[in-house]
Design a protein around this ligand. Structure first.
Ligand code: SF4
Length: 118
């Protein structure tokens, strides 16, 4: 009898924990909906972006490396940018990045060497 009582007590606690977790999940699922509805102009919920870099066009200003050092570094030899994790042939390099915000490098590159696609 006592054992059954303890088990029931334990089950009750688990149930309460589950109920609390269920509430927390409900709240979490509602937040992105609200954010999506509000922020059409802003950044959105994030996603995958394709970056294409034309190294031939780069004039070596360093703006991309300054703005997004996690994606760009400057080559000390020729002074041009290097797209980290970029793959490609010749002077065209591509990389796919997962980010909350759209990478802004294409807007700041004065030589139009960077293109970003959703
Ligand atoms: S912003 Fe454009 S021009 Fe400047 S270093 Fe980067 S790729 Fe080259």
């Amino acid at each position: 009898m006592e054992r059954q009582g303890k088990e029931q007590k334990g089950r009750g606690n688990d149930f309460r924990k589950t109920a609390k977790n269920g509430r927390a999940q409900k709240l979490n699922t509602e937040e992105p909906r609200a954010a999506t509805g509000q922020g059409k102009e802003a950044t959105g919920p994030g996603g995958l972006y394709r970056i294409q870099y034309n190294r031939k066009r780069c004039i070596g200003c360093g703006a991309c490396a300054e703005l997004a050092p996690e994606r760009w570094i400057m080559n000390e030899k020729d002074g041009k940018a290097i797209l980290l994790h970029g793959r490609g042939q010749g002077h065209i390099f591509r990389s796919t990045v997962a980010d909350l915000n759209r990478p802004p490098e294409d807007r700041i590159c004065p030589a139009s060497a960077i293109q970003v696609q959703d």
